[in-house]
Design a protein. Structure first.
Length: 119
């Protein structure tokens, strides 16, 4: 059974940084695509970034390009989201997600972790 557990929630001032972690367990993740999504109050959940487990190919939403960085540590089965130059509009619940293929919807989700950026 796949489990994704996020950590790193926090309250930071605008311009600050925060790193989120997603510990993955339950199976081998070779071939998986790991992603980060976020959902602000009264908003739809939106894609933030993704990374392929094997070769580490990354993709980012335009709103976070140049500020956020996704990475993974294969030995620790952990995916990270480094968030720099945070803005109040980055405030949201951040979710880690996984899919066996980039041709399929994300079907494994973590419980979410709150990020609040004050102005």
């Amino acid at each position: 059974q796949v489990q994704l557990v996020e950590s790193g929630r926090g309250l930071v001032q605008a311009g600050g940084s925060l790193r989120l972690s997603c510990a993955a367990s339950g199976r081998t993740f070779s071939g998986f695509v790991m992603g980060w999504f976020r959902q602000a109050p009264a908003e739809e959940r939106e894609f933030v970034a993704s990374i392929t487990w094997n070769i580490g190919r990354t993709s980012y939403a335009d709103s976070v390009k140049g500020r956020f960085s996704i990475s993974r540590d294969n030995a620790k089965n952990t995916v990270y989201l480094q968030m720099n130059s945070l803005k109040p509009e980055d405030t949201a619940v951040y979710y880690c997600a996984a899919t066996e293929s980039n041709l399929r919807p994300y079907n494994y989700w973590g419980q979410g972790t709150q990020v609040t950026v004050s102005s």
